[in-house]
Design a protein around this ligand. Sequence first.
Ligand code: FAD
Length: 295
Amino acid sequence: MKYVRDIYAARKGSGRPLVSFELFPAKTEEGEKTLLERTIPALLKLRPDFCSVTYGAGGGTRDRTLAAVERIQNQYGVPMLCHVTCVNATVEQTSAVVEDAVRRGISNFLALRGDPPGAGEFQKTPGGFEFASELAASLRARGGLCVGVAGFPEGHMACKAGKYADWQYLKRKIDAGGDFVLTQLFYDNAFFLEFYEYLNAKLGVTVPVSPGVLPLFSFAQIGHITKLCGARLPDALVKRLAELEGKDEALAAFGVEYATRQCEELLKAGVPGLHLYTLNKARYVSQVVRNLGLA
Ligand code: FAD
């Protein structure tokens, strides 16, 4: 299977950004059927450059993540990126997951620390990795793999030393083994543009950094997402969302329009790709990609 870093390299300078979709492994058989028979085929009509599958909180979806990546890769031939975390696992257990994935033909990994299930603070497992940079380094040392890492345009929530310290840790993570960066979602491009400039101009980052974008489509989702990842909503967006309270269809249409405008501005800034969070729904991200003329 193609390495994601080679897809970025082949596209460099072409003016055509990569489009990638993030999915999560279905929890039920019915959910898996929908994912494989409806969501994925709908997303593949847009010819994404790669898709990724998350690894559940606390490492809880190990088997379902690997199975989903393997099945989508084999059934549809689309390059796949497998998220892997080191929370709640020893180094040996994490390596065993990676080797299992490699046996299944998986060669692209997003090296993450992961969060424990629930709201608790991360605790290093005795004999485990403390930071994603250590996992990235071990994947690089293994060889034969392509490794992505996560970036946080607003700074990582748990980084008490602030966003600039977090961005310096990101640079170390890239140097340790990251071939490319996918970012946390955000709703104010100013955060990403400062982060991008800082990485490129101040820290000398040269690997591709693709922004993560999630079109808003439900009020329940907004509260959950912002709490989970700490994304701050600009005042104008909060005001508009208040006007749309109770109007679900109008909210989804606005979410698509907002994400389209966000992506247009990011593309103008020269980002190498767009990483679209789907929440396993093809409809909204498809509309964004079509609006951008990238389908
Ligand atoms: P790290 O890079 O290890 O950073 C964790 C914290 O440690 C940060 O606060 C950082 O500033 C700090 N830090 C890093 N290095 C050092 C150091 N040397 N010294 C001191 N402090 C340091 N989670 C999942 O559970 N499953 C997923 O599939 C998943 N997918 C994701 C995909 C994307 C694109 C993104 C952006 C996030 C994803 N996450 C996922 C969430 C992620 O696991 C959490 O945000 C986690 O808390 C941080 O992961 P990390 O890989 O950035 O960790």
